[in-house]
Design a protein around this ligand. Sequence first.
Ligand SMILES: [Zn+2]
Length: 134
Amino acid sequence: MANRHEFSTSTRKQALLRSTKRCEAVGSWYGLPEGLRCSNDLSLGVQYDHLILDANSKDNSLDNCRAVCPKCHGWKTRNRDTPLAAKTVRQSFLGMKTRVKAKIPSAPKSPKPKADKLPVPSARPLFAQARTEA
Ligand SMILES: [Zn+2]
């Protein structure tokens, strides 16, 4: 059974090191004020979050890994998949990855079940343009 892409043990370790055991969640993606870092104590629980969803990018690099507290991870999982809440951020952040994310029909064990219902209309044209030019 193909699992969702996971960070390697070493990536997790590095992320945790980088975090100095403080939640690395920053800004609106995690329900925080822009630019503000959560910094919760990760010894109470740490989760490794793909900053950019990994469906097609398969980006399990340290760059794409955030060691975050369960609270932030939960918030992001719930809210980032809500088009209205996350549209702006996602567009500026993800750019062309937006569409990819919508094409996860049945990620098994996915904690982000709403991924397949985020038609972000205004994002499509941007994406289409970018692709056409490429
Ligand atoms: Zn946090």
